[in-house]
Design a protein around this ligand. Structure first.
Ligand code: URA
Length: 435
């Protein structure tokens, strides 16, 4: 087999066989196939696409390019939740303990953020002492002991995807449905869960800007998951405004604590409950999604999810005093209130713009090498649909670098769309795929 022939085949619209896909994925991962040939293949796939079978074969080849986490020593049906990434998306911080409190073993590997969307691992690392790497044995032990462990993705997990993604990133070949779905699902499959619940974000702050594209991505991922023998369900959720009130790592941990204590923002709570309900339904722990919702509501109301969160933070070395008194987490040097320039209603808050304003303060990574400022970010006091008076506080900026505050504040303010008329709230859940 020659890579040249495979590139030509795909360039001309041919269908790649399983063994050809495996040859190219393995060859590229071990260095036998050079970057320029794989880049040409990615561009050929970008233009010619891949059918369902090719997409599954590519995903499986990438998933099996490294180690597959063996979760068989963990009792119960394992369920993983994955979000395609949004602004202010702290769902994993809340849902992990909720699911664990409801009886689902949570053995989760998460990524770091890049660009305007944050990563769960970065958020957790804003807690003093919290460690996000541990040996597989300790990871499994912790899940069996307290029901939840959450660690950073290791380099051994789907290494082919890591290498291919880095190449796609610099060759304008990221935004192809099969490649995105395959990339995400290869990591999920390698992470070993039996059931996967996907939160596919849709809107101006998400990868998928339209509902149509989000549905297509969700359908592709659900087909891959089910094709690989894992029960997979996807929820399409709105990302036309940040999720919840906080954007920024430590701020989002503080907000997650509030949600777990029963004081969460309505849409954020709703999303955690619906995702949790599908996790319970998917694992067979609830007979229906409705029953799943009731269970999820009860673990928030009776404090068991919050208790689970405390044991999880303690088990991974985090400072519990920062959780019990979240003011200790919010230690940015500067804090500035931002006021509404006009009176009216909030017609929209462009999530991507808010994400970029937080990034400008150092809350995210411009490049893989950037260092995160954990305490920087924004707290939104107003959300879409809210009434506002001129001069009222729209949000609070937290920063450590004074010179970055004025431009970030400008961008933050520009993200708000005001209207004289009352504006209806957008629905949060757009669709469920694979139910
Ligand atoms: N996230 C991934 O993990 N892979 C992609 O290709 C796009 C987003």
């Amino acid at each position: 087999m020659r890579m040249y022939d495979l590139i030509m085949k795909k360039r001309n619209g041919g269908i790649l066989k399983k063994e050809e896909i495996e040859y190219m994925v393995i060859g590229f991962t071990n260095g036998d196939i050079p970057d320029y040939q794989m880049a040409a293949m990615m561009m050929a796939i970008y233009f010619q696409g891949m059918n369902e079978e090719e997409t599954l074969d590519l995903t499986m080849a990438m998933a099996y390019s490294g180690e597959i986490l063996d979760l068989s020593k963990i009792k119960g049906v394992k369920c993983d939740k994955h979000s395609t990434g949004g602004v202010g998306d702290k769902v994993s911080l809340v849902l992990g303990p909720m699911a664990a409190a409801a009886g689902i073993p949570v053995a989760k590997m998460s990524g770091r953020g890049l660009g305007h969307t944050g990563g769960t691992i970065d958020k957790l690392e804003s807690i003093t002492g919290f460690h996000t790497s541990m040996e597989e044995e300790a990871f499994i032990h912790q899940v069996n002991e307290i029901g939840i462990a959450l660690v950073g993705q290791t380099a051994h997990l789907a290494p082919a995807d890591k290498k291919i993604y880095a190449l796609r990133d610099v060759t304008a070949t990221v935004d192809n449905m099969s490649l995105i779905a395959g990339s995400i699902m290869s990591k999920k499959l390698a992470a070993g869960a039996d059931t996967i619940v996907l939160d596919v974000k849709c809107g101006n702050g998400a990868f998928m800007k339209t509902e149509e594209d989000a549905k297509m991505l969700a359908e592709t991922m659900v087909k891959i998951g089910n094709g690989a023998g894992r029960k997979t369900i996807a929820i399409i959720s709105d990302m036309n405004e940040p999720l919840g009130y906080a954007v920024g790592n430590a701020l989002e941990v503080a907000e997650a604590v509030e949600v777990l204590k029963g004081n969460g923002e309505k849409r954020l709570v709703e999303l955690c409950i619906i995702l949790g309900a599908y996790m319970l339904f998917g694992t067979g722990l609830a007979d229906s999604v409705e029953k799943g919702k009731e269970k999820m509501e009860s673990v928030l109301a009776d404090g068991s999810a919050y208790k689970k969160f405390l044991s999880f933070i303690k088990a991974q070395g985090g400072d519990l005093e920062e959780i019990e008194n979240t003011d200790r987490l919010l230690k940015a040097e500067y804090r500035e209130e931002i006021y509404a320039p006009v009176s009216g209603y909030i017609a929209g808050i462009e999530a991507e713009e808010i994400g970029i304003s937080a990034l400008m303060l150092g809350a995210g990574r411009e490049t893989k090498e950037s260092k995160i400022d954990y305490t920087a970010g924004f707290w939104l006091n107003k959300k879409t649909g809210d009434k506002v008076e001129k001069g009222e506080c729209l949000g609070i900026m937290y920063a450590n670098q004074k010179e970055k505050m004025e431009p970030a504040k400008k961008r933050f303010l520009n993200a708000f769309i005001f209207s004289k008329e009352a504006v209806p709230k957008q629905s949060l859940i757009k669709a469920v795929i694979g139910d």
